[in-house]
Design a protein. Sequence first.
Length: 306
Amino acid sequence: MRKMTIVMVLVSCVAALASCASPPRQELADAEQALHAAKMAGAEMFAKEAHQTASEALQAAKDEVSGQNDKSRLRRNYDKAKELAIMAKAKAEAATEEARAKGKVEAEAAQIKAQLAIDDTKAAMAMAPKGLKNAAYLEAREQALATAAEELKKAQAAFAGGNHADAVKGFNAIITGMKKARVEVGLTSQGFLVDVERKRSVQYQVFYLTTSGVRSENKTLTAGSGMTLLVLNFHGDEREVPEGQFWLGDSSGKRYMHQTIINTDGGRQAVYEVPVAATGLSWHDGSQIYELVPVRDSTPQSSPPA
């Protein structure tokens, strides 16, 4: 009887040692699966810190297993590795929940902004001056709106399926695409950029309110020696842009900040004085950059070549 008891005790000890000396394969697999689920839920985008913490916990569990594997069989103990793997799984599940909650909110907000971008661009394009509505303009307009409509369907499908990360990316792509479309058809913060001219001089009127009524004065802008006036002609409504946000640039990187705004029938002109030899001209309207090509030369024949 005594021998049997000793044998049973030995068997129990061996079993206990075996359980401690075996890597927590199931716990590691569960943690890996939970971390993958977090990634699929968009944790890398919406719950970065929580996802990073879970990833580090899983790596710590793997490092602990590697450390125990380097020991002799009798000295191995994977209890800590098991605890770390269980912890990593819990952290990954928490990251999943956080990502789902935040992702839904961000996707909803992005969807609203994307729809507004489409509606605003569509309405603004419809107000383009008749002279600008040529075949190329109409084709670019329809293509941009058709692409946005298709991308909107895909993003909405991703949102409905719970894939908030792809939904947000899709909605943001629409917003970016609408901005690009506005640039391509010349829609700026100052209205439609109808054309650009080089001139030697520009005449305009200035109106004053006096005690005896409104008075006007004719003025002339004239380019200096070696300079030319670059006149940007806009049509349509403008939106308010903070002062100092407009500038003209050339290929050398120089910026021309001074401009003269002249109100015209249905729009306005922005006049800049630049060197005759300036090339690679572009204009910044406060949010986007517009390449000024082509530029119509309206200078007299006797003027220096542009």
